[in-house]
Write a protein that binds this ligand. Structure first.
Ligand SMILES: *Cc1c(COP(=O)(O)O)cnc(C)c1O
Length: 452
């Protein structure tokens, strides 16, 4: 309710959405009914997004029954701060929590072929804040990629890096090739001598020159930080460049993107010299109680990745390539077409000639096809809310067993709506039926591999 003494206070959220929620709450007879309203909204999402939509959001992934069950486990009600081990913990009673967390750390180290891993980040964003805390200081120069060519706010002036007083200089980026412009980087980096180079891409189609960049910053002790939020699963599954073995000092990543685990973050590294600053930045700076249920689910997802990751990630990439190629052939310009479209789970469409990203994404939603609007390298600052592109990801459709043949069908549905102007409502039944015919989640211990 608006208080009369504060009639026009600023609200960042959609005011209609908040007003609708207030009306719902006001119509409830009691608090129990208010709780039911929450459950009903969750159930509506499960029925719609969970069963009737072709979900092509690049940063999301469905989780296996075991992972989901662990998220609701008793252990998630327990408090455990600090590092693993009796003496390290503030609270008594953590012996089995130590077991679970140690399993998680060792599974991560095994899967990512690294010497150290941290499991306590409730978001990859927080992992990035840990890296800034551990490996740079306020006033230091860091370099990162700007948003229109794929960068993410967590490494920019409007995210943790900027909020923590780091000075942000752009990594020169070749907007055609969608890779770092090494020649320019070689000229610029020595002039600003960044303490940390944060190579993080939310729009990510191709490998980046990690070893060359590390050699360029090495003379002044610069560190290379690879933010693999999106590519983490691909890296673990051996389907992308391996930044640590190419010279990156530290890698963060989202557990809920290609890695297909519970939404949260991880950090991996090899260098013992940074272990104290990194782990001391995790605790007690950026994590206290760190959701042990989530840690258990992360450990389970890592075991799944050890068993199925290589095949799952290879099919995710094959599907993204196929989807991009079919869209391109049907008249939607795709970024990276001259380089084979993509080497990741993403395909990026330029829909600036079809009403731009927001409008196209909303139109596709009416057909139950879910994608996100995305900035393109050609977008200007004033375009940010209405960017020219779409980002399309293949994690979920792959996990439900779809392959190249289904990518052709999805591309056809998208093109009928976007290129040929067919009413999305006329395509919806086909989208729902395709989704319903792929309802088993594969690449997990319950259901194994999809049928050949
Ligand atoms: C998604 C993303 C993040 C943030 O990850 P969360 O797990 O959502 O906190 C950080 N960096 C990049 C490049 C991303 O794409």
């Amino acid at each position: 309710m608006n208080r009369p003494d504060r009639p026009n206070r600023f609200e960042v959220h959609d005011t209609d959405a908040l007003a609708a929620a207030r009306d719902l709450i006001a119509a409830c007879a009691d608090a129990r009914e208010m709780g039911q309203k929450v459950q009903e909204a969750v159930a509506r999402n499960a029925a719609w997004r969970g069963e009737e939509c072709i979900n092509l959001l690049a940063p999301e992934a469905p989780t296996s029954p075991s992972v989901r069950a662990l998220l609701a486990a008793e252990i998630g009600t327990r408090a455990a701060e600090g590092h693993i081990g009796k003496v390290n913990r503030w609270f008594a009673g953590t012996r089995h929590i130590d077991e679970v967390e140690a399993l998680c750390v060792e599974l991560l180290k095994k899967h990512f072929r690294c010497a150290y891993a941290d499991h306590r980040l409730c978001a990859s964003m927080i992992g990035n804040a840990v890296v800034y805390t551990a490996l740079s200081a306020p006033g230091d120069v860091i370099m990162s990629v700007a948003q229109p060519v794929g960068g993410h706010s967590s490494n920019r002036i409007d995210g943790p890096a900027g909020a923590m007083g780091r000075k942000v200089v752009d990594i020169p980026f070749d907007a055609q090739e969608l890779v770092v412009d090494l020649d320019l980087f070689r000229k610029l980096a020595p002039l600003v001598q960044p303490k940390l180079v944060a190579l993080g891409l939310s729009m990510t189609l191709f490998p980046q020159p990690v070893s060359e960049m590390k050699e360029i910053v090495r003379p002044w002790g610069g560190r290379l930080f690879f933010d693999a939020a999106h590519q983490l699963g691909l890296i673990g599954g051996g389907q992308f460049q391996d930044p640590l073995s190419e010279g990156a000092d530290i890698v963060t990543g989202s557990a809920g993107k290609t890695f297909s685990g519970p939404q949260s973050g991880i950090i991996v590294w090899d260098d013992p010299e940074i272990t104290a600053p990194v782990t001391n930045a995790v605790f007690p700076i950026w994590a206290a109680t760190h959701q042990v249920n989530r840690v258990a689910a992360l450990a389970m997802a890592t075991a799944e990745a050890i068993a199925f990751g290589e095949k799952l990630q290879a099919q995710i990439v094959a599907n993204a390539k196929a989807l991009a190629r079919h869209l391109h052939e049907r008249g939607i310009p795709m970024l990276g077409a001259h380089k084979g479209f993509t080497a990741t789970h993403q395909a990026i469409a330029d829909v600036s000639g079809f009403g731009r990203g927001l409008q196209v994404a909303q139109t596709l939603e009416r057909a139950h096809i879910i994608v996100n609007k995305n900035l393109l390298p050609s977008d200007r600052k004033e375009d940010w809310d209405y960017p020219g592109g779409l980002r399309i990801g293949t994690i979920e459709v792959t996990r439900f067993g779809m392959k190249e043949a289904e990518m052709a069908k999805i591309a056809e549905m998208i093109a009928r709506i976007v290129v040929e102007g067919e009413e999305p409502e006329r395509v919806r039944a086909e989208a729902v039926s395709l989704r319903r015919s792929f309802s088993t989640l594969y690449y997990c211990f319950e259901n194994g591999m999809p049928p050949a």
